[in-house]
Design a protein around this ligand. Structure first.
Ligand code: 5AD
Ligand code: SF4
Length: 470
């Protein structure tokens, strides 16, 4: 598809922002109160970063943030549709908002994100959730000011869903959730079409940002005090293939590594089918690139991997892990695993357990297969019943946790540099991560947040470690 210049250069309308801001300023002048927004984000880091951009736009329009829905004048849900339970949660919460809207008819309710890209969702909203005000999708959040102003002027529900977007919107601006760490989009969309996954249908085809745009953004973040960046994409290994001239992800990493002020570079997600040697060498050579890799394997059986359209075998995956470990010995690897994919037998599941036993993951995100309408797997024969899936899920966790405990046990007595993130739920205890992404708690004050300190590991709690500052 051709990249249209007008779309590539699409931006947030300053005029629409000014109109909504004026409306909010008038309210402030009349009441002495500022209008407030409440933003709920579901799903992955990509959605979390989109919310940061949406919050940036809302702030520019004169809204203040609130953590209480009851207190908000503008409520926005940034939704996820990767599994059914994420969608059920949204419909459940919308039911509650109906009462709020009755009590406070002036509250504006907006829905956006992946779920809004599904036709059946929009139909359901039109029919059963008419009290929602603004509905937009993953391709046009930069249109929020125009959509909001239309809603203010007309009082009508505004629905604007784009089916595809060949371009990239630069310079939306965003307000970071954390001062010391930031996410940076490098590639949008996905062309892999794993048969269980809805993402390619709701996030569109792969579109890479220009390398210089990405590097400039990282330079600005470094100037603003950011120490850790995470480069985001559904499959970062595909980065840059369609740019002119093409750029590889490894090349981008090497150039990002040169940016002064940045201490840590992370990225996610990598697809095992195209993780190149060039990338492994870049990870090995670049001092700022963290010794951590998220590498989803999904299933261990070759038969199931083929039905999933993953384009690698169990052997290839395990060989890849060995190759990575031979270049970067202290690397920690995490993964995503699905159980109960259609036609998965006990034998297939045993292959998944075998990968877990052999790979030595430091963390894993585990899921029960969820049927997504519109994906090829949804109409496959042999859907696995719920009881069998749950039973496999529990057995998987047992094997995983044993492995995670063992990996972490090796860390006792060693010292790690920890970037402190926040105070833990226990006062006087702070929590942060080592470069290999291990969660470490230790006694310390909140002044340490955003700083990197050396911590010696004393105790293994399986999913996190306890240490002391040295
Ligand atoms: N059911 C269960 N898990 C899924 N994932 C993606 N689609 C589905 C689905 N239909 C998981 C995969 C992916 C992670 C982000 O979510 O493991 O890597
Ligand atoms: Fe979904 Fe597969 Fe793309 Fe990941 S690579 S977003 S699992 S289709």
């Amino acid at each position: 598809m051709e990249l249209k210049d007008d779309i590539k250069n699409a931006e947030v309308s300053a005029e629409a922002i000014a109109k909504v801001k004026k409306w909010n300023d008038e309210y402030f002048n009349n009441t002495g109160k500022k209008r407030k927004f409440y933003c709920l984000t579901m799903g992955c880091q990509m959605n979390a970063h989109d919310s940061e951009k949406i919050i940036g736009i809302l702030s520019r329009m004169g809204y203040d943030k609130t953590e209480s829905e009851d207190d908000a004048d503008f409520i926005i849900y940034n939704t996820c549709c990767i599994r059914e339970n994420a969608e059920e949660k949204v419909f459940g919460k919308l039911g509650v908002l109906k009462h709020l809207k009755k009590l406070k008819p002036d509250v504006i309710i907006a829905l956006c994100g992946c779920m809004m890209q599904e036709d059946f969702v929009i139909e359901k909203i039109r029919k059963s959730y008419r009290y929602t005000d603004i509905i937009f999708g993953t391709f046009n959040f930069h249109k929020l000011p125009e959509l909001l102003f239309t809603r203010i002027e007309t009082g009508q529900q505004v629905i604007d869903i784009w089916k595809e977007h060949t371009g990239i919107v630069e310079d939306t601006g965003y307000i970071r959730e954390f001062p010391y760490k930031a996410s940076v989009n490098i590639i949008y969309g996905c062309d892999n079409y794993c048969t269980y996954c809805i993402v390619p249908y709701v996030r569109g085809h792969e579109r890479s940002r220009e390398k210089e745009d990405i590097l400039n953004e990282i330079r600005l973040l470094a100037k603003d005090g950011v120490k850790e960046i995470t480069l985001l994409g559904q499959n970062v290994n595909s980065y840059g293939k369609t740019l002119n001239p093409p750029v590889s992800f490894a090349q981008l990493l090497r150039e990002a590594n040169e940016i002064e002020g940045i201490e840590r570079i992370r990225f996610m997600t990598s697809h095992p089918k195209d993780l190149s040697d060039e990338l492994i060498y870049a990870m090995r050579d670049c001092d700022k690139v963290c010794n951590y890799l998220h590498l989803p394997f999904q299933a261990g059986s070759d038969r199931i991997l083929e039905k999933m359209n993953r384009r690698y075998t169990k052997e290839k995956y395990l060989n890849l892990i060995n190759k990575i470990r031979s270049e970067i010995p202290d690397i920690m690897i995490s993964t995503d695993i699905i159980v109960g994919f259609p036609q998965e037998t006990e034998e297939d599941f045993q292959e998944t357990l075998d990968v877990v036993r052999k790979a030595g993951f430091s963390t894993a995100f585990t899921f029960i297969y969820s049927k997504r309408t519109g994906t090829p797997a949804a109409v496959m024969e042999g859907q696995v019943d719920e009881k069998t899936s749950h039973d496999r899920f529990n057995r998987l966790l047992d094997v995983l946790n044993e492995g995670i405990y063992r990996i972490h046990q090796d860390k006792i007595g060693k010292t790690y540099n920890v970037l402190v993130e926040k105070e833990s739920s226990q006062p006087g205890v702070v929590t942060g991560r080592s470069t290999d992404n291990t969660l470490i708690h230790f006694n310390g004050s909140t002044d340490l947040i955003g700083k990197t300190v050396a911590v010696k590991i004393l105790e293994n709690k399986t999913f996190y470690l306890i240490g002391e500052r040295i």
